[in-house]
Structure formats: structure tokens, C-alpha cells
Design a protein around this ligand. Structure first.
Ligand code: FES
Length: 106
């Protein structure tokens, strides 16, 4: 299982082993990592799983699909590397994949 890193705005870092095929959001929820609320349970309908993909990984991911892109327009403090973590599914080659968590979800 790839190790996924979640970094709070204050620099606090969490790590979780997340199974291939699970979402980055589910990995946070299962490991009780604050900062990803996931109110809709991963249905791409709430945007409370907003995260910022670490610059080192941005170009290694496929871009968001239309529904996610629409939801990203509703997030607080959007950036170019904004994604919904429920729409990022872990693959074998994502060891060390890192997301930064927005301050708005605490
Ligand atoms: Fe609701 Fe991701 S969990 S949009």
C-alpha cells in the first residue's frame, strides 16, 4: 500500500498507508486525519475534501474531470493545484504522494 502524506497548513505532517484503488480522501478519513471533512462521502458533491496537490506531483496526475472541475469553482481559496481528494484514486506508483490541507476545513 502506498504511503500518502497529508500536511496541514501549520506544517504538521501525517502519513497513512492507503490501499491501491482507495481515494486519497478515504485514506484521510480512515486514519482520522483532520482537514478533510468529506461531508458527501466521496460523491463529488460537497467540496469539503479540498486539498492542494504537492507541486512535485501535480504533473503526474490526470486532470480533474468535468464534475470535479465544477465543484472546484466553489472551494474556499482555490489554487492551480486544487483538487478534490475523493476524486484522486491511489495507484501503485503513488508512494509518497503528498497533499496539503486547506485551513478552511478545520
Ligand atoms: Fe464530497 Fe469529495 S467528499 S466532494
Amino acid at each position: 500500500m502506498p504511503l500518502i502524506k497529508y500536511i496541514e497548513a501549520n506544517g504538521t505532517e501525517y502519513e497513512a498507508d492507503v490501499a491501491v484503488g482507495e481515494s486519497v480522501m478515504q485514506g484521510a478519513v480512515d486514519n482520522m486525519i483532520d482537514g478533510i471533512l468529506a461531508e458527501c462521502g466521496g460523491a463529488c458533491a460537497c467540496a469539503t475534501c479540498h486539498c492542494y496537490v504537492d507541486e512535485a506531483w501535480v504533473n503526474k496526475l490526470a486532470g480533474p474531470e468535468d464534475q470535479e472541475q465544477d465543484m472546484l469553482e466553489a472551494v474556499v481559496e482555490p489554487k492551480e493545484n486544487s483538487r478534490l481528494s475523493c476524486q484522486i484514486y491511489v495507484t501503485e506508483d503513488m508512494e509518497g504522494f503528498t497533499v496539503h490541507l486547506p485551513t478552511s476545513q478545520y
